[in-house]
Design a protein around this ligand. Structure first.
Ligand code: ATP
Length: 489
């Protein structure tokens, strides 16, 4: 079978590489791809942009593509899956309505509230409804988020009310365009972050291996937020007990809730979680696709055939497949261009890729393109050097050996990816056993009928105590306007 991967980043290189490893797959097309996918065996780049739905449909038809996997959020939020379905083509990802979970943070927050899923207290404002007093009354730090897609640039963690006001006003005045038309003002959460990614088929979910990424630019988790400077899997913070809580308190009510509201969710669902000191899994955000750079280490650990999992999800039979994982840890170091994230410098030629290819692990490409037979920098995040090891520390050593083999002027990367796990928090790194996790059956007796808008059994299973935890007294004032509007929290 032929597979089409839509996108051009590191995530898409990893998806294409993993699909190409399947014995069922004859060729993987990537639209438009990068220099890494151009050089990958069994993989071919096609010059069709991810936003060109007509071109993508024509490509899938003319090439006889059996399965399309969508990498980035923008085409999902713009409805690429709906378009493919209209043309009778199999496309893995959520439809436009469900992709609003990522496309609109305001929508996501309302959804989380409706389904009693733990998240930071917040209020959504527009230019018309924004009241600076609301911000001044809050404790700092305070988080200000543009509701729409802002390519990782839409979140400001303000240390003072003045900073928060300035951020909110700039967003509402259009600094981020349409993305800032609505702004979410949110309580600052303490805890440790983890990325929890599942495959969903509307009524079943298959949790993938856990991971943690490093959003800040500089060592020690300092500096500005970025798209992600590195990631590793598994994430020590997600102990079996926390895993269980995330499934029960976040993933199950989300999948049930989406189905009940007529938006049955098929695709990768990414929950960015802040695990509180008491173990509460607060949702920071939902993404409607695989994470970048989490995809690279997670797929390196996946032993199962990714195309089989995606097809099972499209057929609604995720409960009949299993995912098996390499018990070793995997870790990816993102190498960025000079000036990233504000003004990355493009065009430098990258040296050392052939030497790196002889080392254990793999250098996934993101912002690269071919110029003749040279690979040159064409984006902010350029490469992700990814390797495995019996422990996170060993995976880290191997990943840095790979990264250190590659050079271009101004190349920049953190030296401490995985530091929290290596500091002793990592659980189970030395276990050599392999494990298989079957899909969880969420709606045994109802299944697809959940999409009819009925309320789903179990909807109210989150213990009332949890509601107390998501709305602590310190943010009560933040919620007063919401409560005055008569909305249920
Ligand atoms: P991305 O595009 O990278 O997926 P995003 O721009 O959609 O992210 P969020 O994931 O909501 O935005 O926030 C980015 C980062 O900001 C989070 O990973 C987290 O580190 C921090 N953050 C967001 N919300 C909060 C919060 N309420 N409390 C503390 N930190 C937060």
């Amino acid at each position: 079978m032929k597979v089409l991967v839509i996108g051009a980043g590191g995530r898409e290189h990893a998806l294409a590489w993993k699909c190409a490893a399947s014995a069922r797959v004859t060729e993987v097309l990537v639209a438009p791809g990068n220099a890494g996918t151009a050089r990958e065996p069994k993989v071919r780049n096609v010059d069709v942009q991810a936003s060109d739905f007509g071109g993508l449909v024509r490509l899938a038809r003319s090439e006889g593509v059996a399965l399309t996997i969508v990498g980035p959020e923008a085409p999902l939020v713009a409805g690429v899956v709906d378009t493919f379905e209209k043309h009778g083509l199999r496309c893995f990802g959520p439809r436009q309505a469900a992709a609003r979970l990522e496309g609109s943070k305001a929508f996501a927050k309302e959804f989380l509230r409706r389904h009693r899923i733990p998240t930071a207290a917040s209020v959504t404002v527009t230019r018309e409804t924004f009241d600076p007093e609301l911000v001044r009354r809050q404790r700092t730090p305070i988080v200000v988020k543009a509701s729409g897609l802002a390519a990782g640039k839409g979140v400001v963690i303000a240390e003072t009310a003045a900073e928060a006001l300035a951020a909110a006003e700039a967003m509402l005045e259009g600094r981020l365009g349409e993305a800032g038309r609505e702004v979410v003002i949110e309580e600052f959460l303490q805890g440790e972050e983890a990325s929890f990614i599942v495959v969903a088929d509307g009524s079943h979910v298959l949790p993938l291996a856990t991971s943690q990424d490093h959003k800040r630019l500089q060592d020690g988790d300092r500096g500005p937020n970025t798209g992600g400077m590195g990631a590793y899997s598994p994430a020590p913070v997600v102990t079996p007990a926390i895993h269980e809580r995330i499934m029960r308190e976040v993933i199950e009510p989300a999948i049930r809730g989406l189905a009940a509201e007529g938006m049955a969710y098929t695709g990768f669902l990414y929950a960015g979680i802040m695990v509180a000191r008491d173990g509460t899994p607060n949702v920071l955000e939902f993404n409607c696709r695989f994470g970048d750079p989490e995809t690279q280490p997670i797929l390196m650990r996946l032993e199962s055939d990714l195309t089989v999992l995606c097809e099972a999800a499209l057929d609604g039979r995720l409960d009949r497949v299993q995912a098996t994982w390499d018990a070793r840890a995997a870790l990816g170091v993102v190498m960025a261009a000079e000036g990233y994230p504000d003004a990355p410098r493009m065009g430098a030629a990258i040296a050392g890729l052939d030497a790196a290819a002889k080392l254990p692990g793999k250098v996934f490409h993101a912002g690269t393109r071919l110029s003749g037979d040279r690979v040159v920098v064409s984006g902010g995040r350029v490469l992700c050097a990814t390797a495995m090891g019996a422990t996170v520390a060993e995976a880290q050593r191997a990943a840095y050996a790979l990264a250190d083999a590659v050079h271009w002027p101004g190349a920049t990367y953190r030296r401490d990816i995985g530091h929290r796990a290596i500091a002793g928090l990592y659980i189970g790194a030395n276990r050599s056993r392999r494990f298989a996790r079957p899909a969880l059956w969420l709606c045994p007796s109802r299944g697809p009928r959940a999409a009819s808008g009925r309320s789903i059994a179990g909807f109210r299973t989150v213990p009332p105590a949890c509601i107390g935890r998501i709305m602590p007294p310190l943010v009560w004032s933040l919620h007063r306007p919401v409560l005055e509007n008569g909305e249920e929290y």
